[in-house]
Design a protein around this ligand. Structure first.
Ligand code: AMP
Length: 126
């Protein structure tokens, strides 16, 4: 997997408040902020404050923190009013999945009927 920025990503800068973000929730170990390029009516990213490059690395190193990240994702879905209608949690992992920021993050998507997901050409046809 290519890691374009092994030292630091922009998410560490958001966590450190060095660059602005629309923060919707914070715990001692996680931060949730709106995606700058939303792919649904509601699109929030949940990140652990400690950096792991992807969800597999996080799961291996600190499964309790992964569980907390998912609990926080559900809490954010509650705060955003998504639970009744439904929502999607996505971890893009590696190049084929289109991961661009190598600080693990859960995408929480909802607030409208979501499209299907899968092959690249399927998405292009919609
Ligand atoms: P991924 O492609 O799964 O690595 O997701 C990275 C996400 O970060 C993309 O959905 C981007 O739109 C989002 N993103 C990039 N820069 C920012 C930023 N400054 N603030 C909030 N979200 C961002």
């Amino acid at each position: 997997m290519t890691d374009p920025d092994p030292a630091e990503t922009l998410f560490e800068k958001i966590i450190a408040r060095e660059i602005p973000a629309d923060i919707v929730h914070e715990t001692a170990t996680t931060l949730a902020f709106r995606d700058i390029s939303p792919q649904a009516a509601v699109h929030v990213l949940i990140v652990p404050k400690t950096r792991y490059r992807n969800v597999g690395e996080l799961a291996s190193a600190d499964p309790a923190l992964l569980a907390e990240l998912l609990t926080t994702a559900h809490h954010v879905a509650e705060l955003e009013g998504l639970v009744d209608g439904g929502y999607r949690v996505v971890f893009n992992t590696g190049a084929d999945a289109g991961q661009t920021v190598f600080h693990v993050h859960a995408h929480v998507l909802g607030g409208e009927q979501l499209g299907h997901f899968g092959r690249y050409e399927t998405q292009q046809a919609q």
